[in-house]
Design a protein around this ligand. Sequence first.
Ligand SMILES: C[S@@+](CC[C@H](N)C(=O)[O-])C[C@H]1O[C@@H](n2cnc3c(N)ncnc32)[C@H](O)[C@@H]1O
Length: 210
Amino acid sequence: MDLSYNRIKFFFAGGVLEVANGRIPGRPHDEIVRRIASLAPERCLEICGGTGYGARLLAEALPRAEIASLDLSPENVAFGKRALARSPRGNVDVVEGDASALAYADDHFDVVFSVLGVHEMPSEVRRRALREARRVLRPGGHLVVADLDEHASWPRAFDVYLRVAEPRYAREVLGDGLRGLVTAAGFEIVAHRARMGSLLPFQTLEARKL
Ligand SMILES: C[S@@+](CC[C@H](N)C(=O)[O-])C[C@H]1O[C@@H](n2cnc3c(N)ncnc32)[C@H](O)[C@@H]1O
């Protein structure tokens, strides 16, 4: 049921994500790429990666890293594969899959990351996905996330946006929610910046596998 909701919501979203992502005030994707690049990882996995927009940006910043971007939506993955076919980058791939059941070995990645994806997963799926992220990270590996946050200036308008455009469980990541979920999955928080952005409020979080 939740999977078909996701399919419908993102059926035509590929082109929108590609155009909108670079225009989000505060540029969460750039923020995440900077943070990950400073960790100099060799192997990275993006979960809820959509068309792989973030993974492709990261591939430019880290041309020697191996990067996989995984998403549940076959339409978004197909869009991402077409984008890669137009501008090939040897070190990145876009793959279809469920973040809560990863087909990767334990301790495989240096970084798992997500941009505006964690709020999209239903509560139990999200809990499993964060545990899966921990499983596939090497000891000491990093989880780096940008996701929605409370709105500092227009809480009412943002509440209307949440009602109209996001699933009910999206609210669970707001405020201290994301920190709590990540800590409960077995990570220690390394850095957290709250209420960034102006139009679309977002937070960034970096955590280390314990
Ligand atoms: C708001 S979009 C963001 C996509 C991308 N991170 C970006 O910045 O363009 C959220 C994405 O999460 C994906 N998603 C939702 N649940 C998922 C799951 N369980 N496993 C993998 N991807 C999932 C959706 O298909 C959608 O592409």
